[in-house]
Every structure is written in structure tokens, then in C-alpha cells.
Write a protein that binds this ligand. Structure first.
Ligand SMILES: Cc1cc2nc3c(=O)[nH]c(=O)nc-3n(C[C@H](O)[C@H](O)[C@H](O)COP(=O)(O)OP(=O)(O)OC[C@H]3O[C@@H](n4cnc5c(N)ncnc54)[C@H](O)[C@@H]3O)c2cc1C
Length: 455
């Protein structure tokens, strides 16, 4: 029996992404008995990888920043810290039919899409944002308005405005300045010097290295993982939560941790108070449709290409093998062609072949040699809850971790703030939610009925 008398209590975790796996692992460490449900047959959620070319690769491109300390600490704790590599990245900006390097402060001064004094303004504003610690001052203003005022209309339209449009489409004007500030502020910590390219982290062998190790640690401690089994219904009976899953099985648990996206939470708990439902439904997610190409040749020498050109209708082109070389993938090159869209955008409704055909027309703009002959294989992956859109005064709209129901806790990507969602913050969510549960037990806010102790 540990300090919080958790032994014998049962916790149910919904979702086997990074947040759910971390929460399950921490609950087991705290002495709970744990069951985790993941509706996909594969664990890892948005960060999962699948086998390709003698290795594995994420469905959606992934890397870490040096500011991502929680995930690095977890990797160390799990004994896989040596699998993390930190590599210099090549970032670029595509505009006017051309790729401009955009990896360092000097590159900003050379960014020929705007006149020199505009570049100077962008450089100064970037420097300023890197040094502002108080993000609350950016809660009441949109990135669109603040940046336009700060760098002037022309520089804004051609550089940051173009990027906001490429990521958020018709919602570009709604995004709070906090979101943009965070991108600049945290990225500074991935650099040793403003004049050096930033270093990005990656697990040798893919993010599955972390996901598999977490799953192994959960199983070693007696945790049960139901992969390929979704939770369909939740009800409260005799002071316990009853989880009905897609196999028809019902399981009773004392404490519930939900890591699924907010629309699903509303569906699973039909009796939530209106105020909490408003918070859950108030966050809108951008969806992502990502085409992954396995090619014979390198598309460009850039790892991360931001798109600031309406003639190239993508958010970014991420050439993974410019971070982790093709020698790790039997010589093949891998390129993600990424597009964030509204939930009902016609692009995400296209079939895979349709998305591939568009890329065949568009990618010669990056490299005129590119053709269908280059492509050995392609895949299209879609994610509906890809990116919560952060509106003004978001701190007042975030759904609380303690759901307004007994012994139920929420830990999903809409609660990550002021940082942007990412695997690091899902690890932090998993850590935080278990700290809250333990604190509630200690303070008597969470009461588990006596019979649980006898089980
Ligand atoms: C295109 C793209 C690029 C990204 N790039 C990066 C990057 O470079 N670096 C980075 O750190 N992060 C990146 N991210 C973000 C990162 O992957 C996510 O923020 C993180 O993995 C979210 O983890 P999570 O556990 O909070 O949520 P999720 O991964 O969404 O996990 C939730 C899980 O719940 C499951 N679920 C839902 N409903 C049910 C149900 N009824 N029953 C059981 N299970 C259910 C889902 O299947 C899912 O596996 C990227 C994301 C996308 C989409």
C-alpha cells in the first residue's frame, strides 16, 4: 500500500496515444490497477509509426525541439534516452516560386521576398518575441492584427500572414497571438546561437521506440492494454464507472482518465453540465491530410519547408530524409506533403489517388525534375483532431482536468496552453493528470468507495 492508498483501486484510461500511455504508466507507478483502451489496433495515436524500408516512420512527420524536456526526461527514465538524436535542421520558406533558407537570423536578413527594411523589422520583432516571457499580454489580440501592426502590411502579407493562411485557412484571422508567440519563443530554446541552425530531436527507429517502451513498461507492471477495442459507452453505477467497449464487454473502474478528442468526450458523457460542454465544443480542431511519398531521389535539400505562396496549396513540405538520412531507409527518400484544412474541406474528402494526383502537378514547382517515376509508393493519412485552434482569451475557455463528474479526469490536446500541442505536452498531460488524481486522493476530494479496497 503506498502513501495514497491506491493499491486495489482500478483506473481506466481511454486512448492509447502518448498522453494515455504516460498516464497509465504513472497510475501503475502510483499503485493503481490499470486498464487502457485504444480503438486503433496500433498504440501511439497521432505519433505512431508504421514499418517502411527496413525501419519505421510516423504516419505524420514528427521531431522534437530542445525545449521538449518532459518527453526527454521520460525517455531517460524508460532507459531509451540513447535512442534520441539531435541534429541540425534545414528550414526553408517557399515564396515567389523559390526556396529561401530560413534557418538562422542571417537567413531572415537575406529573405528576398521583401525589401531589406521589412526583413530588418521581421528580425527585430522575432528578437522581441523571443525575449517576452509574459504571454498573457498576447491573449487579447489576434496574431493577424498584432503582427501586421508590428512588421507592417507588406512584410506581414508575404511572410507571416502567408504562413498563417497556409495553416489555418479561413480561420487564420482568429488565431490568438499567444499561439504565434509560443512558436517563436520556444523555438529559441532549440538553438545554441541565433546564427546557428536549430537542432531537432528524433528517436532513432521512430517515435514507436518510445511508444513500444511505454507499452512494455505498462504490461510489466500488470497494466492491461486493449488495443483495437474502442470505448463506446460510459455509465455510472454503484459509485463506479462502467466502460462498455466495442467487443460488448463491460468493465468497472474507480477512476477514469479520458484522453480522446473533445467531440468524443461529449458523446461518451451525455449528462455533462452545459458549461463544460460549451468548453469542450468551443475548441475547434483543424484537420490534417498528409501525403507521404517514398521516392528514388531527393526533392530538395530542405528538411522543413514552410509555404508562403498561394500557388503551392500546402501548409508545409517535410522531407524527413533531410533530417534522418536515406541510409537509414535502404536508400529511399521520404517526403511528407502536408495540408491542414477545415473539417469539411473538399481536399480531405478526396480519395488517396486524388491527393496524389494533385501532388504530381504541384511538386515540380519545388523541383522541376520531380515526376511520377520518382515515386515508389505513397500513402495518405488523415487526422480530424490534428490542431486545436487557439482563439482569444483561451485561458478562460479551457475545459478543466477535473471533469464535473465524480472520479473522471480529462487530459487532451485542447488543454495544452500557452504552448502548442505536441508529444512533449502529451507526456506532460499524462504526468499532470496523475498528479491531480493523487492530490485529490490525498486531500479527500476523490473518494473511492470502501469495497474497492476489499477487491
Ligand atoms: C500532422 C501532424 C504533425 C505533428 N508533428 C509533431 C511533431 O513534429 N512533434 C510533436 O511533438 N508532435 C507533433 N504532432 C502532435 C502530436 O503527435 C500530438 O499532439 C500527440 O501525439 C497527441 O497525443 P495524445 O495522446 O494527446 O492524443 P492522440 O494521439 O490523439 O491520442 C488519443 C487516442 O485516443 C484514441 N481514441 C479516441 N477515441 C477512442 C475511444 N472511443 N476508445 C478508445 N480510444 C479512443 C485515439 O485513437 C487516439 O489514439 C503532430 C501532429 C500531427 C497531426
Amino acid at each position: 500500500m503506498n502513501e495514497y492508498q491506491t493499491a486495489g483501486f482500478t483506473a481506466g484510461v481511454i486512448g492509447g496515444g502518448v498522453a494515455g500511455l504516460t498516464a497509465a504508466y504513472r497510475l501503475l507507478q502510483a499503485g493503481f490497477r490499470v486498464a487502457l483502451w485504444e480503438r486503433n489496433t496500433q498504440l501511439g495515436g497521432q505519433a505512431a509509426a508504421f514499418p517502411v524500408a527496413g525501419s519505421a516512420l510516423e504516419y505524420f512527420y514528427h521531431h522534437l525541439f530542445m525545449s521538449d524536456r518532459d518527453i526527454v526526461a521520460l525517455a531517460e527514465e524508460l532507459g531509451i534516452g540513447d535512442r534520441l538524436v539531435w541534429l541540425p535542421s534545414r528550414v526553408g520558406f517557399y515564396a515567389n516560386g523559390k526556396i529561401y533558407p530560413l534557418a538562422s537570423a542571417l537567413d531572415v536578413l537575406r529573405l528576398g521576398v521583401v525589401p531589406f527594411h521589412d526583413r530588418l523589422r521581421i528580425g527585430l520583432v522575432t528578437y522581441y518575441l523571443q525575449h517576452v516571457h509574459n504571454w498573457r499580454r498576447f491573449e487579447a489580440v489576434t496574431a493577424w492584427d498584432w503582427l501586421q501592426r508590428a512588421v507592417g502590411r507588406r512584410a506581414f502579407e508575404r511572410v507571416w500572414g502567408a504562413q498563417l493562411r497556409a495553416k489555418f485557412g479561413p480561420r487564420a484571422r482568429d488565431v490568438a497571438m499567444v499561439w504565434f508567440w509560443n512558436k517563436i519563443y520556444l523555438r529559441t530554446q532549440s538553438r545554441t546561437s541565433l546564427f546557428e541552425p536549430e537542432k531537432l530531436g528524433y528517436f532513432r527507429g521512430s517515435f514507436n521506440v518510445l511508444i513500444d517502451r511505454l507499452a512494455e513498461a505498462i504490461r510489466q507492471r500488470g497494466g492491461q492494454i486493449f488495443a483495437g477495442i474502442g470505448v463506446e459507452q460510459i455509465s455510472r453505477e454503484a459509485d463506479r464507472w462502467i466502460i462498455r467497449d466495442s467487443t460488448g464487454q463491460a468493465t468497472a473502474v474507480d477512476v477514469l482518465v479520458v484522453t480522446a478528442p473533445s467531440p468524443l468526450v461529449v458523446r461518451l458523457f451525455p449528462n455533462l453540465p452545459a458549461d463544460y460542454v460549451r468548453k469542450l465544443t468551443g475548441t475547434v480542431y483543424q484537420a490534417a491530410a498528409t501525403l507521404l511519398l517514398q521516392t528514388r531521389h531527393q526533392l530538395s535539400s530542405t528538411y522543413w519547408l514552410n509555404i508562403g505562396d498561394l500557388n503551392l496549396p500546402y501548409t508545409g513540405i517535410i522531407e524527413h530524409t533531410n533530417l534522418i538520412g536515406p541510409e537509414h531507409y535502404q536508400g529511399w527518400h521520404f517526403v511528407y506533403v502536408s495540408k491542414y484544412v477545415e473539417q469539411d474541406d473538399p481536399y480531405i474528402q478526396l480519395d488517396d489517388e486524388g491527393i496524389f494526383q494533385i501532388a504530381l502537378e504541384q511538386l515540380p514547382k519545388i523541383n522541376p525534375q520531380f515526376s511520377a517515376d520518382w515515386v515508389e509508393r505513397y500513402w495518405v493519412f488523415r487526422e480530424r483532431a490534428a490542431q486545436p485552434i487557439i482563439p482569444l482569451h483561451y485561458s478562460q475557455q479551457i475545459p478543466e482536468h477535473r471533469m464535473p463528474l465524480p472520479a473522471a479526469y480529462l487530459a487532451n490536446t485542447t488543454q495544452i496552453y500557452p504552448e502548442d500541442r505536441g508529444t512533449n505536452y502529451s507526456v506532460r498531460l499524462g504526468n499532470t493528470i496523475v498528479r491531480i488524481i493523487l492530490d485529490d486522493l490525498k486531500q479527500g476530494r476523490l473518494r473511492i468507495p470502501e469495497p474497492a479496497l476489499a477487491r
